[in-house]
Design a protein around this ligand. Structure first.
Ligand code: AMP
Length: 379
C-alpha cells in the first residue's frame, strides 16, 4: 500500500524469474535490468498514460546493509528535484501490515539504456559534451543538497536516445567502510577516486574524478583504470598517470603512505598519448580545437591530488561544456538538505523494517518537476 492508493487492487506477474505484485494501474511489465538491490521492469502507467520503470526491492530489510541502502535511497530521492537525477514517481508495497511487510516497489521515470551501453557508440562532440554537461549538472545538484556520491559509474547513469541523462542512485553512505587496507569485496571500483581508494578525507571533487573516468572511457572506448581489486586499482592509476607527488603522499594515513611509497616509481603517460586526436570525433571544422578542449578538461578532472583537481563549477564553465550552460539547470536549488546523521543510524533489522514501512506508507510525490531539454543521440 501507499499513502494515496490504499483501495487500489494489485496483480502479480512474472518478470524474468521474479514475481512482481504491482498496483493495477501498472501494466505490460517486462524486465529491463538487474542490480544489487533487485530487478527493474518497464511498465505502462495507465493512470499517467506513460511508460515507467518499477524496481522491486525484495525483502530490503533482510540485512542491515540492504535496509540502510533502501531507506537512504527513499529518503534522498525526496531531497532532490532535478532533471538529471532520477525522479521517484511512486512507492508501494502489496502487503497490508508491518507484520506481513516483504517487498518495496519504487516507480521511476523509464530510461532507455545505461551509460555502459553507450560508451562504445561513436558520439560527436555535441552529444559528448551535452552528456558531460548533464552529468555535471546532476552532480552539482546532489552536492547542493549535501550529498557527495563517491561511486558514480556508467551502469548507474541512465540515458535516452534524445541524449537526456539521469543519475540513478545516491552512491556510498558517509559511513561506508572505505579503508584501503580492508578486505576486498566485489564491486566496480574503476571510477573511484584516489582519495576514496586510499581512505583519505574527501570533498565534492571525488565525484569530478569519477566523471573524468567516465568521460575518458567514452572518448577512448575502454575503461581507463580497470583494477582487479582495490590495490590493483591504485596500481592502474599510477601506471597510467604517474606516481603521486610527495606532498600528496604525506597527507595519507601512515600505513597507507608507507604502502604508497614502496610502489615502483612511474612517470605516467602524457594526456596527448592517453587521448590522441584519433580518439575524438572527427568533425568538419574546429574538431582539433574541440579535441584539445576536451583533453584539457580531462586532464583537469583526472588530477590525482583532490586539492588541485578542477571543481564542479569550473568544470561547468570550461569552454568544452559551457556552450550548454543554462543557469536554471545548473543552479536549480534542491528542495531540502541531507541530514547526514541519517547515515550514522545504527538500527536492528526489525527497526529498519519498521522505518522502511513508515517511509513507504507515508510517501508523498514531489509537488513539481522540472521540464526536459534535449538533443538527439541518433543522427
Ligand atoms: P539498479 O538496481 O538501480 O542498480 O538498476 C539496475 C539496472 O536497471 C541499471 O543498470 C539499469 O540498466 C536498469 N535501470 C534502473 N533504473 C532504470 C530506469 N529508471 N529506467 C530504465 N532502466 C533502469
Amino acid at each position: 500500500m501507499n499513502g494515496g492508493e490504499k483501495n487500489e487492487g494489485f496483480h502479480t506477474v512474472e518478470v524474468g524469474e521474479t514475481a512482481f505484485t504491482v498496483l493495477d494501474r501498472y501494466q505490460n511489465l517486462r524486465q529491463v535490468g538487474t542490480g544489487a538491490q533487485g530487478v527493474v521492469a518497464a511498465a505502462y502507467d495507465t493512470k499517467l498514460k506513460q511508460n515507467v520503470a518499477i524496481k522491486k526491492l525484495s525483502r530490503p530489510f533482510q540485512n542491515v546493509t540492504h535496509a540502510k541502502r533502501a531507506y537512504r535511497e527513499l529518503r534522498l530521492m525526496s531531497l532532490v528535484n532535478h532533471k538529471n537525477i532520477i525522479r521517484l514517481m511512486n512507492v508501494f508495497t502489496s502487503q497490508k501490515t508491518l507484520e506481513d511487510f516483504q517487498d518495496v516497489y519504487m516507480v521511476m521515470e523509464l530510461m532507455e539504456a545505461n551509460l555502459s551501453q553507450v560508451v562504445n557508440l561513436e558520439l560527436d562532440h555535441e552529444r559528448l559534451s551535452y552528456l558531460l554537461y548533464q552529468l555535471l549538472c546532476g552532480v552539482r545538484h546532489l552536492h547542493a543538497a549535501g550529498i557527495i556520491h563517491r561511486d558514480l559509474k556508467p551502469s548507474n547513469i541512465a540515458v535516452k536516445s534524445d541524449c537526456s541523462l539521469k543519475i540513478l542512485d545516491f552512491g556510498l553512505a558517509r559511513t561506508a567502510n572505505q579503508g584501503f587496507l580492508m578486505t576486498p569485496y566485489v564491486v566496480t571500483r574503476y571510477y573511484r577516486s584516489p582519495e576514496v581508494i586510499l581512505g583519505m578525507s574527501y570533498s565534492g571533487t571525488v565525484d569530478i574524478w569519477s566523471i573524468g573516468c567516465i568521460f575518458g572511457e567514452m572518448v577512448r572506448g575502454q575503461v581507463l583504470f580497470p583494477g582487479s581489486d582495490h590495490i590493483d586499482q591504485w596500481n592502474k592509476i599510477i601506471e597510467t598517470l604517474g606516481s603521486p607527488t610527495p606532498e600528496f603522499v604525506n597527507r595519507l594515513q601512515p600505513a597507507v603512505s608507507n604502502y604508497v611509497r614502496t610502489r615502483p616509481h612511474y612517470r605516467g603517460m602524457s594526456f596527448s598519448r592517453l587521448f590522441p586526436d584519433g580518439c575524438f570525433p572527427a568533425e568538419a571544422g574546429g574538431s582539433r580545437v574541440l579535441a584539445a578542449q576536451a583533453r584539457d578538461l580531462l586532464q583537469k578532472m583526472l588530477e590525482q591530488d583532490p586539492n588541485k583537481r578542477i571543481n564542479i563549477d569550473d568544470a561547468l564553465r570550461h569552454p568544452y561544456t559551457n556552450i550548454w550552460y543554462e543557469p536554471s539547470e545548473v543552479e536549480a536549488p534542491p528542495p531540502l538538505q541531507y541530514d547526514t546523521s541519517l547515515d550514522e543510524r545504527e538500527l536492528t533489522v526489525e527497526q529498519w523494517r519498521a522505518e522502511l514501512w513508515r517511509e513507504v506508507v507515508n510517501w508523498q510525490p514531489h509537488p513539481g518537476t522540472v521540464s526536459q531539454a534535449s538533443t538527439s543521440m541518433q543522427n
